[in-house]
Design a protein. Structure first.
Length: 256
């Protein structure tokens, strides 16, 4: 029991430290990517020009940027605040989340090969579902309006752990389809290349056959002339023929 309490205390300390909390969010993102995507389908801490994004997913010749954002501190303050404190904290939370959305949109760099979309990963199901439920922490902050702002104005899709996993599963299926298509295209190209080579080979064989046919024709004609000379010699010398008639058949170029 003491070990569990110690671990919870350590986790609480981590979550209270913004820097360590950010590292935890990045670690959570990394684990989801590793557990869902095949090796080589994503890269961590990927440099896009002058910025470094937490992760990118490789989509054929495009990149999908994903950045982890963990706005836990202002969220907890808002949920635990007294009624009179909430208006100011609501504004602070909304501005904080809006700032995170704006930061994520900076990773959309189509000139560096990214899609015109980015994912903002919130490694907390509680915060994410509060955003979906439209009222963050049962307060007056409109989470849905923030999500619409992200998607429409900034081309940023906000995802939680479960949503990201489901989205990556769809991406995996897409990657498999791309690989199958690539294999199909490769086979088709190889068959086309083979067909071209066979046609070229057939053309050369036709030319060779014609050349051989011409050579054989010349040989047979020459041998006939030699036979005529032999007959003249026989007549003059009154001897038996010394040259036996020989002919060679020409190569057949018949097509099936």
């Amino acid at each position: 029991m003491g070990d569990v309490a110690a671990e919870l205390k350590t986790l609480q300390n981590v979550l209270q430290n913004p820097k360590q909390r950010g590292v935890l969010g990045e670690y959570y993102l990394e684990q989801i990517l590793k557990n869902t995507l095949p090796p080589g389908a994503f890269h961590l801490q990927y440099k896009l020009g002058d910025v470094v994004v937490d992760a990118v997913v490789m989509l054929d010749d495009k990149l999908l940027p994903i950045d982890s954002k963990f706005s836990l501190e202002n969220y907890n303050r808002l949920v635990e605040a007294k009624t009179e404190e909430k208006p100011a904290l609501e504004r602070a939370f909304k501005e904080d989340l809006k700032r995170r959305i704006d930061e994520t949109s900076k990773y959309i760099k189509t000139n560096k090969g990214t899609l015109d979309q980015a994912l903002m990963f919130i490694p907390s199901e509680a915060i994410y579902y509060d955003l979906l439920a439209n009222k963050v922490g049962l307060t007056g902050v409109s989470g849905r309006n923030l999500m619409q702002y992200a998607a429409v104005e900034k081309k940023v899709t906000i995802v939680g752990p479960s949503t990201l996993s489901a989205m990556l599963q769809i991406i995996v299926q897409g990657l498999r389809s791309i690989e199958i298509q690539k294999d199909t295209d490769k086979i088709r190209k190889n068959i086309e290349q083979l067909s071209k080579h066979l046609l070229a080979h057939n053309g050369y064989m036709q030319k060779l056959g014609n050349s051989l046919g011409t050579t054989v024709g010349h040989f047979n004609t020459t041998y006939k002339e030699l036979g005529k000379i032999d007959k003249d010699v026989v007549k003059i010398a009154n001897t038996s023929p010394g040259v036996e008639p020989i002919t060679i058949d020409k190569p057949s170029l018949e097509e099936d």
